[in-house]
Design a protein around this ligand. Sequence first.
Ligand SMILES: [Zn+2]
Length: 133
Amino acid sequence: MSIVMDIWQVMINYNMAKGWTTMTIRDSTLEALSEYHKSKNIEKKVSPWIDEILSSYIPKAEFLTKKFASQLEMIAIKGNYALLEDTKVEDPVKVIKEKDSLYCKLDKTDNCIHTQYVAAMPELAQIFKNESP
Ligand SMILES: [Zn+2]
């Protein structure tokens, strides 16, 4: 690393609050988060709010997996659907995006434990971004 980069890094670290660090995210992600933050009149500033979202990711996913639906596990996201393993049934369960909702192929409904599980998981955003495979 060059001396210029060393000095630059020291300057960045000097300006950061203790206990905080920088990381890289996509411009489009930050813009979307900032617009949402502004539209909801959230009291916290954007950075602490994003930190709160990130720090809640693991406890939320663990709660869903261990307490809410311990028999379920996300196997894969493929295009606009999720494949779940459900220890109570033999075959993987397919939950597909239909219009603006989720539909369970096993239970033939938009409101079962499988659709609720997928709706609560962070992978939901990936399903809604994707089109049919
Ligand atoms: Zn289901």
